[in-house]
Design a protein around this ligand. Sequence first.
Ligand code: GLP
Length: 239
Amino acid sequence: MILIKTKNYNELSKVACELLIDEISKKPNIVISFATGQTPIGFYSELVKAYKKKKIDFSKVQSFNLDEYYPINRKSKNSYYYYMFHHLFDKVNINKININFLNGETKDPKKECLDYENKIKNRSIDVQILGVGVNGHIAFDEPGSGFDSKTRVVNLTKETVKRNYKFLINKKEVPKMALTMGIKTIMKSKKIILLADGKEKREAIKHLLKGKVEKKWPVSVLKKHKNLIIVADKSALDL
Ligand code: GLP
């Protein structure tokens, strides 16, 4: 495990950007799995800046995304699909055919999840970008999720629904379910870069760094990963 402590959110975003520039330059056809939420917004904006300065080339990059609300229209501004295009995909030269996304519009979510899991198995993720929920969830693997879980349909906890409500663009549509990669799916990634900032993430980070591996705190399982980089600001690390 490598822990990079930054002085603030701005520096966290820049450090994460440099790490990804390095990964893409080493392997232009890299498979990256992206995260959503508030935390990576600054990181994505740094990637866009780097792209404009010709420091990064997404033309061969293949992408997956961790999760998506369910059911949700892809055009909904609350969807993670919209989020990714808005913050990153529409602003860099990623080839649209290389973008893989869980489809929140599907009528057959079980099949959707199974197909997605198989796609990941066939390609294998080189770098997984992760954030962490206040309650320690990763992707939408809420507390209690099995460490052997794969991509599946899940119910969100009341806590997560409430916390994420703050950031919904359309407040009339409040997703209570999601499609998410499982913990096993995430753990199979060759490298994981976890981003965490602010004091609301302190408890979760404490369970990762100092606690035991337990299902109550899904993030704690990352301790077992052989190639984990944590980029966290000092307020998240003030344990
Ligand atoms: C969301 C996403 C996660 C994300 C987490 C933290 O529920 N499903 O992938 O990492 O919550 O979000 P934030 O960065 O807004 O704190």
